[in-house]
Design a protein around this ligand. Structure first.
Ligand SMILES: O=P(O)(O)OC[C@H]1O[C@H](OP(=O)(O)OP(=O)(O)O)[C@H](O)[C@@H]1O
Ligand SMILES: O=c1[nH]c(=O)c2nc[nH]c2[nH]1
Length: 193
């Protein structure tokens, strides 16, 4: 998606530790009109596919998934929670995911009420790096007996391999921008086309 690549080039910064900082528009301050056009791009890619529900993960996927849902007939958006809460009751699907930016393991929890056998699920997230978050969500879907129709990602860091591993497993991963290389010394960012 050319617009997303341009925003990354103009407003993104490259940090040590393979971190791309795009919090001016994607995952701290949110450009809702950009999110809307990202949703339209995923809707075009997944056109004709049955999608009952969108599943994402706290925190940064939530806003993007909610805006994107408007392009998928306003299907419900469920987000996996990364902490137990007194507001989480009943049976839960639980796994554990290592958070890339927080550098620690979190429980990842979805109430059994909101993920059901036979549902066709679209996974959406802001970033795909090593694939830990997505493998967690895929595991929850598998446990529930739901099927993963596809995966929509805003920014994939291709050089970290998580996206290509998922494609090799047969998942339809639609990343709107794939960064193939980035250099913290020069700030140079190279996209895959
Ligand atoms: O492919 P991976 O290696 O799993 O990296 C991608 C994940 O990392 C970020 O989550 P993180 O917990 O770092 O931050 P967040 O709470 O802002 O979503 C991002 O939102 C993805 O969920
Ligand atoms: O803001 C972010 N920048 C990143 O490089 C990244 N990788 C995973 N999750 C991420 N979030």
């Amino acid at each position: 998606m050319q617009e997303l690549e341009e925003r990354i080039q103009s407003e993104g910064t490259v940090k040590e530790g393979d971190v791309l900082k795009v919090d001016a528009f994607l995952n701290h301050q949110c450009d809702v009109r950009l999110f809307d056009r990202m949703g339209a791009a995923w809707a075009e890619h997944f056109a004709g596919k049955k999608i009952d529900k969108i599943l994402t993960i706290e925190a940064s996927g939530i806003g993007i998934a909610c805006v994107a849902a408007q392009h998928f007939g306003n299907v419900p958006v469920v987000f996996a929670k990364k902490a137990q809460s007194i507001n989480l009751d009943g049976d839960q699907y639980v796994t554990s995911v290592y958070s890339f930016t927080k550098q620690k393991e979190f429980p990842v929890i979805v109430s059994k009420k909101y993920l059901n056998a036979g549902e066709h699920v679209l996974l959406i997230d802001d970033f795909l790096a090593n694939g830990k978050a997505l493998h967690g969500l895929i595991g929850l879907c598998r446990e529930a007996g739901a099927s993963v129709t596809g995966i929509g990602i805003a920014v994939e860091k291709g050089f970290q391999g998580g996206g290509d591993a998922l494609r090799a497993e047969g998942y339809d991963v639609d990343s709107l921008a794939i960064v193939d290389a980035m250099d913290p010394a020069t700030g140079e960012i190279t996209f895959r086309h």
